[in-house]
Design a protein around this ligand. Structure first.
Ligand code: PHE
Length: 356
């Protein structure tokens, strides 16, 4: 290869090695292969050589052009890769690092309480089921063994909405999450093991009642389920939830249209100090019972084969008791000072390993 071609090759190579940015690389490319580039100029000068020289030099120049083109391309890819690596380094985020700025937001005690309830029941193999807030009267009452004339309907008097298009019956803002029991059994059949946390509505408003509040329903339907299972499950839940392995729990006969027998469940506490698990007083925290055979039948399940228990709890009530929140209304006031005081850090989710 002629000397000047060697020189051009060497110069181009060292310029390429020195280039580290797209712009520098492009400058080398243009000054070599571009329209007024060095190699292009040498090709143009070919005409001034004798035919013999022209042939040889022409071949060398063409080879050099191919060689340089490949080298330039290769270096271009390297530079692109370098730039990518650099970006990956710089933009790297370690999601496991603690935040460098204080986390402002807090988890609302209602959300936290639902999370804790869900965590405990998940460990007992329950899954979360959901249903609509606007419910049919059939799902909210009739299927739950509460026919139209039943006094329990007025006890839970609520907000009625116009019927769905083409239907006759007024709809209702659900007064309890129990309708989710019905929906789950109809959709999935048995066996069932669900909890259903969600909003509920009743025409009530005073210091201890809100027209909108939260319940968490539970339903187990399996073969051979007994009252013993109900008791074991709920005692375990309450003791873990309140973090009191010795928490006294009392089952008291009661009435719900959709369970038989039905019971209310109390925990031991002290009325004077408010301390849970201490003192001689009882506090009601749950409603429960064995699923009424008629409810199972309404959902297409044979009560001779399937048995179940159901329970329902007020989320606000549990949140108030556990966290010493004195006033129900404060849950819905969106007062940031309140939330900063009673709220939970978003960085420490409810887990059973840490305990609550
Ligand atoms: N739905 C009942 C209530 O709102 C609670 C309950 C649920 C009772 C399931 C028994 C079984 O009062």
């Amino acid at each position: 290869m002629a000397n000047d071609l060697e020189t051009l090759k060497r110069e181009t190579l060292s310029a390429l090695t020195a280039a580290h940015t797209q712009v520098e690389w492009d400058a080398v490319r243009v000054s070599t292969l571009g329209r007024s580039g060095k190699l292009t100029a040498l090709l143009r000068q070919l005409g001034s050589f004798s035919p013999q020289e022209r042939k040889e030099r022409g071949q060398s120049l063409n080879r050099l052009r191919d060689e340089l083109t490949a080298l330039i391309e290769e270096r271009g890819k390297e530079i692109e890769e370098e730039a990518l690596q650099q970006r990956l380094q710089q933009e790297r985020v370690d999601v496991t690092q603690p935040p460098t700025v204080p986390v402002q937001g807090k988890i609302h005690p209602i959300s936290r309480t639902i999370e804790e309830i869900t965590t405990i029941f998940s460990a007992m193999n329950f899954r979360v089921a959901e249903g609509p807030d606007v419910e049919t009267q059939w799902h909210n009452f009739s299927a739950l063994n509460t026919p139209a004339h039943h006094p329990a309907r007025t006890e839970q008097d609520t907000f009625y909405l116009p019927p769905e298009a083409g239907k006759e019956e007024a709809r209702v803002l659900r007064t309890q999450t129990s309708g989710v029991q019905i929906r789950t059994m109809l959709d999935d059949g048995a066996p069932v093991r669900i909890i259903a946390p969600g909003r509920t509505y009743r025409a009530d408003h005073d210091a201890t009642h809100s027209p909108m509040f939260h319940q968490c329903e539970g339903l187990v339907v399996e073969e051979g389920i007994t009252l013993g299972h109900l008791k074991g499950c709920l005692i375990e839940f309450l003791r873990v939830f309140f973090n009191k392995p010795e928490l006294p729990v009392r089952f008291r006969a009661s009435y719900f249209p959709f369970t038989e027998p039905s019971m209310e469940i109390d925990i031991g506490w002290s009325k004077t100090s408010g301390e849970i698990g201490a003192g001689a007083d009882w506090l009601e925290v749950l409603g429960a019972g064995m699923v009424h055979p008629r409810v199972l039948a309404n959902c297409g399940l044979d009560p001779q084969r399937w048995q179940g228990f159901a329970f329902g709890m007020g989320v606000e009530r549990l949140a108030m008791l556990k966290n010493g929140i004195p006033d129900l209304r404060s849950f819905y006031e969106s007062d940031l000072r309140w939330l900063r005081h009673y709220g939970f850090s978003a960085l420490s989710p409810a887990t059973l390993t840490e305990g609550f």
